[in-house]
Write a protein that binds this ligand. Structure first.
Ligand code: ZN
Length: 175
């Protein structure tokens, strides 16, 4: 099945009034910052987005993004593939609007002078935020085991706690 390409830019209010639903892709090559941030990225970003008006009359759109990137493992220096996915829920507003009362479930996104938002940039930002802070294989797949990590550049994420230190802490908390 031919995958539908999502519009790069659209009017979120109009789409909300229509109750528009999109299921398709964007091309990762349109997302230069994402391409730069990773070793490689799959050609397609899979996207689901639905636009609607809520009970309060606020326009919003929510959905999910997913793709796959290649990163360099910071533990063994080998390239590995990592699936990334994220959910979003935005409410569009214009610069003249007060967004202090916007319910917390919505992330505000400002429309431009034409009442449109740049979906490519918005979704690229979301994907950048969902990249791991420290790229690493799952431990079982990594060439470098946690034991060998002692001399590595990065400390193991989970250090074996000294059982006595834990006891000491417990005792201090009780005092
Ligand atoms: Zn690794």
């Amino acid at each position: 099945m031919q995958k539908v390409k999502l519009p790069k830019q659209l009017d979120p209010i109009k789409n909300a009034q229509k109750g528009a639903k999109y299921e398709g892709i964007m091309l990762s090559r349109d997302m230069g910052r994402l391409v730069e941030a990773v070793t490689d990225v799959a050609d397609d970003i899979d996207i689901k987005a639905m636009f609607d008006i809520d009970a309060q009359g606020l326009a919003f759109f929510q959905g999910s993004l997913s793709t796959s990137v290649k990163l360099v493992c910071q533990r063994c220096n080998e390239i590995y593939e990592q699936a990334i996915s994220t959910d979003f829920c935005f409410s569009p507003y214009s610069s003249s609007q007060n967004i202090d009362d916007l319910p917390d479930v919505y992330e505000p996104v400002e429309v431009n002078d034409h009442g449109e938002i740049n979906l490519v940039e918005l979704f690229e930002d979301e994907l950048m935020l969902s990249l791991p802070i420290v790229a690493m294989h799952p431990e079982e797949d990594c060439k470098v085991s946690a034991n060998e990590m002692t001399f590595g550049k990065i400390e193991p994420a989970v250090e074996q706690p000294n059982p006595f230190a834990v006891l000491k802490e417990l005792k201090q908390n009780q005092e």
